[in-house]
Design a protein around this ligand. Structure first.
Ligand code: 1PR
Length: 550
């Protein structure tokens, strides 16, 4: 299709959207100049991160007025996430004005009863039936399907009011808050969720926009009132994790350790090889994983920015995998052999442009937290967490924690935050604190996990990936005391990781800790427990999960 343009202001991963559009057989041109907006016959405006940053970028690049003119011209427009929020008059997130096309402002979710950002898969409720004119298929309401779930990641959202209710195509409920999930009026269609990250259900929505004329058959519009339920429809996420490193032959392989030791214990002492990263990621996507996480586990070895092996893995994975991708390992300032220093946010930017939606920071987060406390709990604005969150949004910054137990007989023995063990320690100790480590567990620090996660939340992190070295690779179930203590200490989402051995472990972690997601590696790699079996079992227990779409 000639005339299909994308408005990108450089705030995150647009590669996945391009890949999803290419997957449907279309090419898309990037807007490079305000005049390109006028040339467009169909325009998509994706956005992530901060509303103020998005609006300032639109204005400084001279895009805001041409964009309003384009929308007024009646040509098809699709906004995604912040691309939809920009249509409102403004946002509580910033003083910056929106485009003022939809009445109202976006407002922050209440985090006193639920984790914020709203990050994960949720259902929608359609408020009107619309049919696109001259559409090739019989698709209605841009293929949004109430039985499917879509991937959201945002802290602010538009609310339905008297002035904007004719815009509202669909709403979603998070906790007890109802918000606008999709809007449609005349030639304008926009979603708060990310269709390009919502599996084939989302790709179908893009297809509808690309094949339709964008002109709605008004006779087919039936409006309903939004209904709030007792319970929301937010699902728990099941994440597949791929620990990646070069083996002794220099090939990049997915490996998996026992308590972080990834070498065979019998025979060769080789690095365990469980498959190729791109192939395994594709398999897990097809099998229903809600997200894929890649961890480059030898990232403490210095590598020039241009040679980072995971960039290619992400580029190739994002061509066929339409769920969120996280990359961890080596997110910190790096120095090339010629002495060129690349700040962490530049490293992260390379990953976002290669198809990552989130970066996960391990060792550097520990140093950031230590400096935060040494600085009297004051922010400097210069840490990796702060700089990446400012440029790409908090939702893009995950903190990967590698803690291990340090047993004590009594909490008075340490200044660290302790928990009561469900099983006593080797010398009868009833308590432990969780010590943070760096460099993949090679070095323990004088910082406990609660100190780490609370500092990182203040610095702007958006999610916690909570491993546990004592449980990792043991198939003995998740470390519930640890997860509970972290879940209670922060209001950002928590991913429980390490120790999953059977389907019952997932139900237990969701029921007993309130973690928003559960991550596993070994059981998926070794084909011991299929993702589908996990999802079916969790669903049967009454915990909502995303249905597997094909
Ligand atoms: O410190 O920012 O460069 O990041 C390094 C990253 O690599 C960290 O996220 C760290 O967790 C990870 N890492 C380093 N060494 C290892 C190792 O295993 N030797 N992997 C490692 C940690 C933890 C998992 C694992 C779950 C689930 N892997 O994410 O997949 O524990 O496993 P299971 O279900 O089989 O029990 P930086």
């Amino acid at each position: 299709m000639s005339g299909l343009y994308m408005l990108d202001y450089g705030a995150g991963n647009v590669r996945s959207l391009v890949n999803a559009i290419n997957h449907l057989g279309y090419d898309i041109t990037f807007v490079k100049d305000p005049s390109d907006i006028t040339k467009a016959e169909k325009l998509i405006f994706p956005g992530v991160g901060d509303f103020g940053f998005a609006m300032r970028s639109l204005r400084s690049k001279g895009y805001a007025e041409p964009l309003k003119e384009y929308i007024a011209s009646g040509k098809p427009f699709m906004g995604i996430c912040v691309g939809m929020q920009s249509l409102f008059e403004g946002s509580d997130e910033s003083e910056e004005l929106g485009l003022g096309i939809i009445p109202g402002k976006t407002a922050k979710f209440d985090n006193s009863t639920k984790a914020v950002p709203h990050m994960g898969w949720n259902h929608t409720q359609l408020l009107k039936n619309v049919k696109l004119q001259q559409q090739v298929s019989q698709d209605v309401h841009y293929n949004i399907d109430e039985d499917k779930t879509y991937y959201f990641v945002h802290s602010y959202a538009g609310r339905v009011n008297e002035k904007n209710k004719d815009w509202v195509l669909a709403t979603t409920q998070y906790g007890d808050e109802l918000f606008i999930a999709a809007v449609q009026k005349d030639n304008v269609f926009a979603t708060q969720f990310h269709p390009e990250k919502s599996g084939y259900a989302g790709v179908n929505i893009l297809k509808s926009f690309l094949t339709g004329t964008g002109i709605v058959d008004q006779s087919a519009v039936i409006c309903k009132e939004p209904v709030k339920s007792d319970k929301d429809t937010f699902t728990k996420r099941i994440i597949a994790c791929l620990d990646v490193r070069a083996n002794d032959n220099g090939d990049l392989v997915v490996t998996k350790g026992d308590q972080y030791d990834v070498r065979e214990t019998e025979g060769s002492n080789d690095v365990r090889n469980l498959g190729k990263p791109v192939d395994l990621a594709k398999r897990y996507f097809e099998e229903g994983a809600d997200e894929i996480t890649f961890l480059n586990i030898t990232s403490f070895r210095n590598c020039p920015l241009g040679d980072l092996p995971m960039l290619e893995v992400l580029k190739r994975t994002s061509e066929t995998v339409f769920v969120p991708l996280t990359i961890g390992g080596g997110i910190r300032d790096v120095t090339d052999p010629d002495g060129t220093v690349h700040p962490a946010f530049e490293v992260a930017g390379e990953y976002f442009r290669s198809g990552a939606d989130k970066v996960s920071i391990g060792s550097d987060a520990v140093y950031c937290a230590e400096n935060f406390y040494a600085n009297g709990g004051k922010k400097t604005g210069k840490t990796a967490i702060e700089t990446i969150a400012e440029a790409y949004g908090s939702q893009a910054v995950v903190i990967s924690v590698d803690p291990r137990r340090v047993y004590v007989k009594d909490p008075s023995e340490t200044t660290h935050n302790t928990v009561k063990n469900s099983k006593v320690g080797p010398n009868g100790e009833e308590y432990c604190w969780y010590q943070c480590t760096v460099m993949g567990g090679r070095e323990g620090r004088d910082l406990d996990v609660i100190q780490l996660v609370t500092a990182c939340e203040k610095l702007g992190a958006g999610e916690i990936l909570l491993n546990c070295m004592d449980r990792d690779g043991t198939n003995s179930g998740f470390e519930l005391e640890l997860i509970n203590s972290v879940r209670q200490a922060v209001s950002i989402p928590v991913i429980a990781s390490s120790g999953a051995g059977c389907v019952e472990d997932f139900v237990e972690v969701f029921e007993k800790t309130g973690a928003e997601a559960a991550l596993a590696a070994g059981i998926f790699h070794r084909h011991e427990v299929p993702i589908q079996a996990v999802k079916e079992f969790v669903k049967q227990s009454g915990v909502p999960v995303r249905p597997i779409d094909a």
